[in-house]
Design a protein around this ligand. Sequence first.
Ligand SMILES: C[S@@+](CC[C@H](N)C(=O)[O-])C[C@H]1O[C@@H](n2cnc3c(N)ncnc32)[C@H](O)[C@@H]1O
Length: 221
Amino acid sequence: MSDAQERAFAELSDRYLLTVPRGAASTSVHPDARLDAAGEYGRTAPLIVEVGSGQGHAIVHAAATRPRDDFLAVEVFRAGLARTMLGAERAGAHNLRLVEANAPEVLEHFVPEASVAELWVFFPDPWHKSRHVKRRLVKPGFGALAERVLKDGGMLRLATDWEDYALQIREVLDDESGFERDFAGEWAPRFDGRVLTSFERKGAAQGRAIRDLAYRRRPRR
Ligand SMILES: C[S@@+](CC[C@H](N)C(=O)[O-])C[C@H]1O[C@@H](n2cnc3c(N)ncnc32)[C@H](O)[C@@H]1O
């Protein structure tokens, strides 16, 4: 991290970064860890979670422009978390909290069942080489975690600039009985709540198509 990021991390963590009981690894989540959203945000409001939030461009913008909703950013990259906190501070986004942890464990343990209005996964693939395919966030098993946290009717929104990953995401989520597509054609229209980030810009500049996907959580029986 740069000096400014080190300082931001030290000074702003108390306000934004949630303490997560750990398992064995430093970014793991203890199976008994639970988010107390009403306690952390000081109110009850729709909760939007972004996993792999990077530098926080999308979620800071959303938190600043949707003051009636609460936002949770999940990221393992500490410099990204520092930049997200700086962004939140600049934007006066006090409805945003951050978790430094491995996203699947956050969805499995920390976020309560049926508590999330929207779950976002934007440009989740920093390692697109084929040897890294097994490290992908959205792979078989991810759908069940997303289903667990979303409320009935809640939305799962994703975007990627890697065609093979887009196809994998669609296959994984089409197979999940708890979700239905929220788009009619091959892909969803661009989600207008998503700000343009460097990952999207780079993908487009290199001639890759940007694929959006949107799935709705079917009501539980
Ligand atoms: C390509 S970046 C995209 C960041 C941001 N969503 C954007 O569109 O600008 C992907 C991010 O996902 C994060 N990430 C990947 N796997 C993760 C995991 N298992 N848990 C938490 N974050 C993860 C990476 O650290 C990285 O910051």
